[in-house]
Write a protein that binds this ligand. Structure first.
Ligand code: ACO
Length: 422
């Protein structure tokens, strides 16, 4: 059987055979035959914008792999820093490579004093930490002017290291500012997730040693959120990066995309929803309301997953471990009941709506003491590795600037009428 499709232009009778390569058909071939006839695809529902070797995702089968490694194995056995290396370099590091990588990241955790004192301290007292993060990441481009050298391998590697290393520092600084607590400098004796927790929670103790179970849980959440192929924020990174903007500017755009409730804001919406439901007895009525069109079941449904999100399964297990330390989040019972009812309800089953990664992650973050405002920030920290892996891959592919076409539906040409005659 030929791996191709044949298209006939019924206006001319002309036919053309297009090969199917890696599950797709090259739109440029189509355009050669039918110039000026565009694919109409709002939200890119049926469009592959690139070829990528970073992450494999099969939404129907519930499969997620980074560089070929199943997410379950990485969550079980790896660390976020190792996964970041894997995403960026395509292979797991050898021991010396990992030691060097960890050292490199650790040496770049500090931020320039002016970023904190002049820039972050200038925000309004109740600034949302994600708004602060978006702006702070963009501001880094003004501190590292060499970042514009995106085709210089040394400069590129340096900016990648800086972004991954400084993201937790900026994130914690945004939190400390929003609660009126003094900034905590990085503690380079701690590993990546523990250092972040120290910068978040340290008060007056000379050395903050976070609970190892919570540290590992956070690292697992970082692994699960490190990449998810061409999602909204990664697409933002690629689109801005395709103009050859510096990586801080592109990363700020990706952070901004992650800020929205349809993307990185979903776990916050889950907590608000569970709090609003208030009691397990109110779950059936809430579900009926959703089915009647009164809002959505937050943390359910996904553009790509049409079965149980594999990350949600891992997170559910992690939640149990965290609750052993923190005590059970009182909203958990409501969440479990919601899931139980939804998974047996025709409305959700027929639409293939299953819990996504955000259904349980918010419960963990809340039990660990993170305020709701910090949830998208917690997502941005690890996703930075994924954004950068895709950005780098795109630059190496010598890609075109992102510039889609449109189907114009506005008025025909008409003559200007002076304001006095309108
Ligand atoms: N609750 C109730 N109904 C839903 C839900 C939901 N969470 N999600 C989708 N549906 C219904 C829609 O009403 C629609 O029904 P219809 O065919 O009768 O009109 C159908 O399922 C298809 O929904 P779409 O909006 O077309 O699906 P799309 O792929 O565009 O949206 C999205 C995916 C945005 C994630 C959606 O499922 C949603 O809003 N979920 C809640 C928010 C959420 O959890 N977002 C996190 C996503 S994961 C992440 O970003 C990390």
């Amino acid at each position: 059987m030929a791996e191709s499709i044949t298209i006939t232009d019924n206006r001319t009778g002309e036919t053309v055979e297009l090969p199917i390569v890696n599950g797709g058909v090259a739109a440029t071939e189509w355009s050669k035959v039918l110039p000026g006839v565009w694919f109409y695809d709002p939200g890119f529902m049926s469009t592959a914008a690139c070829e990528s070797a970073v992450t494999y995702l099969d939404g129907d089968a519930g499969i997620l792999r980074y560089r070929g490694y199943p997410i379950e194995q990485l969550a079980e056995q790896s660390t976020y820093l190792e996964v970041a290396y894997l995403l960026l370099h395509g292979e797991l590091p050898s021991e010396p490579e990992f030691v060097a990588w960890r050292q490199e990241i650790t040496m770049h955790t500090f931020i320039h004093e002016n970023v904190r004192k002049r820039f972050l301290d200038g925000f309004h007292y109740d600034a949302h930490p994600m708004g602060m993060l978006v702006s702070a990441v963009a501001a880094l481009s003004t501190f590292y002017l060499d970042a514009k050298q995106i085709f210089d391998p040394t400069s590129r590697a340096k900016q990648i290291t800086r972004l991954i290393a400084k993201m937790p520092t900026l994130a914690a600084a945004a939190h400390r500012f929003s609660v009126g607590m003094p900034f905590v400098y990085p503690d380079n004796s701690l590993d990546f997730p523990a250092n972040f927790l120290s910068m978040m929670w340290k008060v007056a103790e000379p050395h903050f040693e976070p609970d190892p179970v919570l540290t590992r849980a956070l690292d697992i959440l970082f692994i699960l959120h490190a990449d998810h192929e061409q999602n909204c924020s990664t697409t933002a990174m690629r689109v801005v990066g395709s103009s050859h903007a510096d990586p801080y500017s592109a990363c700020a755009a990706a952070c901004a995309a992650l800020y929205g409730p349809r993307h990185g804001g979903a776990n916050e919406a889950v907590i608000r929803m569970l709090t609003e439901i208030g009691d397990i007895e109110n779950v059936p009525a809430f579900i009926e309301g959703v089915k009647a069109g009164n809002g959505r079941l937050q943390g359910f449904g996904h553009r790509v997953y049409k079965s149980y999100d594999p990350r949600a399964k891992i997170i559910k297990r992690t939640a149990d471990e965290v609750f052993e330390v923190t005590g059970k989040n009182p909203l958990l019972d409501i969440a479990l009941r919601l899931e139980e009812i939804a998974l047996s309800d025709e409305y959700f089953v027929s639409r293939k709506l299953y819990p996504n990664v955000d259904f349980y992650s918010g419960l963990i973050y809340q039990a660990m003491g993170f305020p709701l405002d910090m949830f998208p920030v917690l997502f941005a920290i690890p996703r930075t590795a994924g954004w950068l892996a895709h950005w780098q891959e795109m630059l190496d592919q010598d890609s075109k600037i992102a510039r889609p076409r449109q189907l114009y539906i506005g008025p025909e040409t008409r003559d200007y009428v002076p304001i006095t005659a309108r």
